[in-house]
Design a protein around this ligand. Structure first.
Ligand SMILES: Nc1ncnc2c1ncn2[C@@H]1O[C@H](COP(=O)(O)OP(=O)(O)OP(=O)(O)O)[C@@H](O)[C@H]1O
Ligand SMILES: [Mg+2]
Length: 250
């Protein structure tokens, strides 16, 4: 059974139909990367799967339970099991790194300050930034901000992590670093990862499976090798001949 089972998901904003009967399964322990044009609804899908926006139609099952119609209180319970790295990386600028990483621990769990401090320190070490608790977000580089945001997302040790553009806006060295980190966390914390990215090289390098969103639905899903050789015209056009050559060679 899939950990997430999304069926017939529909979401429109006024007359603009973004998701139109989307189906997707996410299996425990895998890294699935969702790709698709800008505005195709990738972020909307992640937000729907976390109960951060109301959907118009469809079902979302998480670990066997139908979560789409849950009350806000029930979602709060469900969200404890899901960590999210938002596209904007949104750290709280008025809080130091410690309080940023501690945030979910305070809101979602009942821990002593000592336990929180231990977990914050462990988690910062996990993302390769030990000892930066007292730094202010404004003093961090873009790459560090992403990693602190990642630490915040996994501080409660979720079962699933959603990454929305984890490497957006970073230089190539930091892109590689964040991707390596993502793979490391997948192993160390034994999570299930759902990644959204425009970086096809990264997507093909880290994923067990890729899913392409097109016209509000999943047009294709396959392991990277099969995806690359797909004869589906939507897939072929999205990847493009030049990128296909680059990916084959890498
Ligand atoms: N709150 C909102 N109100 C109206 N339209 C919205 C809202 N949120 C998203 N949309 C629209 O829904 C569409 C899908 O948005 P979404 O953010 O999911 O795209 P995306 O695939 O993540 O794109 P990108 O790759 O640029 O991040 C876009 O056209 C966007 O303008
Ligand atoms: Mg997006």
């Amino acid at each position: 059974m899939a950990l997430f089972e999304v069926r017939g998901l529909r979401k429109a904003f006024g007359r603009h139909v973004v998701l139109d009967g989307l189906d997707i399964d996410i299996f425990a322990g895998e890294i699935v990367t969702i790709i698709g044009e800008s505005g195709s609804g990738k972020s909307i899908l992640l937000k729907a799967m976390m109960g951060l926006l109301d959907i118009d139609e469809g079902t979302i099952r998480f670990d066997g339970a139908d979560v789409a119609g849950q009350t806000e209180q029930e979602w709060t319970q469900t969200r404890r099991r899901i960590g999210m790295l938002f596209q904007e990386s949104a750290l709280f600028d008025s809080l130091d790194v410690y309080e940023n990483v501690a945030y979910a621990l305070r809101v979602q769990t009942t821990r002593t300050e000592e336990e929180i401090a231990t977990r914050v320190s462990e988690t910062l070490a996990l993302v390769g930034l030990p000892g930066i608790e007292t730094m202010a977000p404004s003093d961090l580089s873009g790459g560090m901000r992403k990693r602190v945001a990642l630490a915040r997302a996994v501080a409660v040790r979720p079962e699933v992590v959603f990454y929305d553009e984890p490497a957006e806006g970073l230089d190539p060295i930091n892109v590689t670093r964040v991707n390596r980190l993502l793979l490391g966390l997948q192993k160390t914390l034994q999570v299930t990862s759902v990644v959204v990215t425009h970086n096809l090289k990264a997507a093909f390098a880290i994923s067990d499976r890729l899913a392409l969103i097109h016209d509000g639905a999943v047009a294709a899903t396959a392991a990277p090798d099969a995806f690359l050789e797909s004869s589906n015209p939507v897939v072929r056009e999205f990847i493009g001949d030049r990128m296909r050559r680059v990916l084959r060679a890498s």
